[in-house]
Design a binder for this molecule. Sequence first.
Ligand code: PXG
Ligand code: PLP
Length: 452
Amino acid sequence: MNDMTQGAALAPGLAADAPRLEPFWMPFTANRQFKAAPRLLARAEGMHYYTPEGRRVLDAQAGLWCVNAGHCRKPIADAIAQAAGSLDFAPTFQMGHPLAFELAQRLVALAGEPFDHVFFCNSGSEAVDSALKIALAWHRVRGEGQRTRFIGRERGYHGVGFGGISVGGIVGNRKMFGAMLPGVDHLQQTWNLEQQAFSRGQPQWGAHLADELERIIALHDASTIAAVIVEPVAGSAGVLVPPVGYLERLREITAKHGILLIFDEVITGFGRIGRPFGWQRFGVVPDLFTTAKGINSGTVPMGAVFARQGIYEAFMQGPQGAIEFAHGYTYSAHPLACAAALATLDVYRDEGLLTRAAQLERHFEDALHSLKGVRNVIDIRNIGLMGAVELAPRPDAPGARAYEAHLKAFFEEDLLIRYTGDIIALSPPLIVEPGQIDRIVQGLRSVLARMD
Ligand code: PXG
Ligand code: PLP
């Protein structure tokens, strides 16, 4: 351990007997940088986090795109506590518990036709792995087991499992980890600064990029391809909004060739873009879609894959006693996660949160786009309550400018904003008030004004 991390054991505001920072190998974090200058969150309520020293920080990123109902909502906390005290765990392999069935029923009712089954897991990464496996196995049970290829997209983020990084297109998340799943190809990403800069909502330019799928299919032959997987709006890569007509084209082409279309809705699911699910907003119906995060407002790890009518049924063949799909997790439909999700769905319904982003979208869009012309801002993108402000990278240090903006926002403006590369991403909890949107944008404006 070096002197810096030793010193960080006594983080500002923490008691002398506070835990050392070193043993925690932090995920997706510059560990040495963080441990030299820790940023700790100790408590949360509604739209805010509180630091250990009691500073109140406005959460402009819903935790990590997940706390859609706002922090520490009492009905959700109560439901979790109740479940913890009455059914701590129950296996869902060969056994069941009522909350799991109740939740599945609520979820398929929320999605509506044509979705009639859900498969539970514990994260977005697991949801993606589960969806890819459902796709492969579905083709196989129908006698098309030669369909083994997947098509993802550049800049796609599908979590960190081997399946997810294989179909994903974020180079930094792939390059250290070998050769990935075989037989995966990628579409181009859809963002283009020249053609799309400062688009509001869906860019007009770019639908033709979906036609590339025809070339990829021709190259491999449709009979070898199981599924195409994309995020309806790419989140992690910095809010890349699909061009008008693009998702429709992907749907037409996949349908024509018998290829499943999987939407990864881990971020866009549960109200982020103004409808319960992103596909509903775009009017493009996938065959499978993955969710996590907002399913229980980030309170207990949970993910779910939704399957279109006919997919589950295709598996229900062979001997009665045969396991139809050899896949699942110990914690699939964990009672605490189910209880949290049921209470979260009540909050979403009672407060109209799954359509609130549509009502706030115009205000959010106008506020965000008022940053056009601010020094170093090269693009602004938005849809629903997802937004991104892209900064010109410093020539010698890509990523440094957005990181500095993040630090200044946190320490000087009491504002939590997410950054990836030189992109600042915003996704406030869906309970955000218009005045708080203004505060977020004002905070960002003054941060950028104080930076070179
Ligand atoms: N798919 C998508 C579309 C995601 O956004 C995952 C899968 C993986 O989910 P889990 O629960 O395994 O993390 C995600 C997660 C960021 C950020 O700041 C985004 C995610 C996770 C962490 C950070 O962009 N997305
Ligand atoms: N369930 C939940 C949790 C909801 O948020 C909504 C609406 O957004 C619905 C169901 C559907 O309700 P309605 O039929 O009123 O649109």
